[in-house]
Design a protein around this ligand. Structure first.
Ligand code: 5AD
Ligand code: SF4
Length: 437
């Protein structure tokens, strides 16, 4: 019996898919890279913009063909779009056998049993399942042996007016620190060197308990023997405080890289988005980060064309990009999401104008990214060798999250090694290994 999982969306979805793979393997299934030979196909969906929504329906149309030669194959849909519009998807694609939401993934064994006996297994909960943490007990099946995601907080209490996530993922629920540390310990024993703490808003970690701070979690994870690197995503500018930044700077395991979404540069638009900070306040956080961690690599998310965004507002975003000099920018056109506060606001600019703004911004950032990469020429950087590619190059990332291809012996796989950078590309660096642990 084989399974195939198609994952859309963010790291939370990736981690959920790793857990679902763990559940399926516990049930005796083995993975396949070819959906046509799968007995169970799961589509883990994203709902953050309209495009991913559409991609799900076209993927389902393709996967439907599996039933031609394997009528008993089970097709399931889960994740954020399933949580938001599971019944609608089922109406549009009635051949699917299973639909479940974001907080009842641990019910997969029962749902699968039901679907296999020929019934439609549809379970979308309106309230968060109080036993959702049972999911954490299942093993994660990871593609990468040496780095691992660990979910530390689920949901989001922010009310950004464009965002569907509070609807699809619910309110903030932090995991108990002891449970997180046990998972980290297990991962380290399994060979993991780099722990990537994830959540929709990790910097809000512990707020729902009232007595734990995110930086305390960082310190505790750093104390686990064998954790060589720590990353975390996503932080919210409002919740990132100086105490956290100091701890990031002090802990040698915390990598010099941070994704800090700004979304827009104009104060008027930031307010309409209900982001809870002004451009100046955001830039003050960036200044603090650069003060404590001078070589930090920064990245951000930007939404172009929020309703009411004028050309002058857009120029404020451009200004921030030029001033911060991010290593990477993820920019998208605004996409109205049904049910969000901004959904009914009228669009004030033409789609062509918005496409132009987005393109100009992406082109501007391409040059900045290249310029930042050029700073690495002839420098020695530490990488964690994550794989060996088909050309026998070692592939890894710097602490600042730059992709590096290096000449060197395969014995360095899974090790932290020093690489001298000899060539700089737009999206990667190349070099040779000069020593390792
Ligand atoms: N339209 C466009 N982009 C969005 N994002 C979230 N909601 C929307 C939307 N309605 C972007 C934000 C967020 C990232 C994960 O997706 O930039 O940080
Ligand atoms: Fe997409 Fe957001 Fe859901 Fe992640 S949490 S899958 S980005 S809608």
């Amino acid at each position: 019996m084989k399974y195939y999982i198609k994952t859309f969306g963010c790291q939370m979805n990736v981690n959920d898919s790793e857990k679902m793979a763990g559940i399926l393997q516990t049930l005796g299934y083995t993975p396949t890279e070819n959906w046509e030979e799968a007995d169970v196909i799961l589509v883990n969906t994203c709902s953050v913009r309209e495009k991913p929504d559409q991609k799900v329906l076209s993927a389902l149309g393709e996967f439907k063909k599996v039933k031609k030669h394997n009528p008993n194959a089970v097709i399931g849909v889960c994740g954020c779009l399933a949580q938001r519009a599971g019944y609608e998807i089922y109406q549009k694609a009635p051949f699917i056998d299973m639909v479940f939401g974001t907080t009842n993934i641990h019910h997969l064994p029962n749902l699968l049993e039901e679907a296999k006996s020929g019934n439609k297994a549809i379970e979308i909960l309106e309230e968060i399942d109080e036993n959702e943490n049972l999911l954490d007990r299942f093993p994660t099946v990871r593609e990468n042996k040496y780095t691992a995601f660990v979910t530390v907080i689920r949901g989001c209490d922010k009310k950004c007016t464009y965002c569907i996530v509070p609807t699809t993922r619910g309110r903030e629920r932090s995991r108990r620190i002891g449970d997180i540390l046990r998972e980290v310990q297990y991962l380290v024993e399994d060979g993991v060197k780099e722990i990537h703490l994830i959540g929709q808003n990790v910097t809000a970690y512990g707020k729902d308990f009232g007595d734990v701070k995110f930086w305390e979690l960082l310190k505790a994870v750093a104390e686990v023997d064998g954790v060589e690197r720590i990353r975390f995503t996503t932080g919210h500018p409002k919740d990132l405080d100086e105490d956290t930044i100091k701890v990031m700077a002090d802990l040698p395991q915390v990598c010099e890289a941070l994704h800090l979404p700004i979304q827009a540069g104009s104060d008027r638009i930031l307010q309409a988005m209900d982001r809870g900070y002004t451009q100046k306040e955001y830039l003050q956080k960036i200044e603090l980060l650069k003060k404590y961690i001078p070589n930090i690599a920064l990245s951000t998310d930007i939404i172009v064309g929020f309703p009411g965004e004028t050309y002058e507002d857009y120029l404020e975003t451009v200004k921030v990009i030029k001033e911060v000099e991010y290593d990477q920018v993820f920019a998208f056109k605004y996409s109205p999401r049904p049910g969000t506060p901004a959904a009914d606001l009228p669009m004030t600019e033409s789609p062509e104008e918005l496409s132009k703004r987005l393109n100009d911004l992406i082109n501007l950032q391409k040059d900045i990214t290249f310029k930042k990469n050029l700073e690495y020429q002839d420098k020695i950087v530490e990488i964690l060798v994550e794989e060996i590619n088909q050309e026998n190059k070692l592939v890894g990332r710097t602490r600042t999250n730059k992709l590096v291809y290096a000449e060197g012996s395969p014995e360095y796989l899974g090790k932290l090694v020093d690489v001298k950078i000899e060539k700089v590309n737009r999206f990667s660096l190349e070099g040779s290994i000069i020593g390792g642990d």
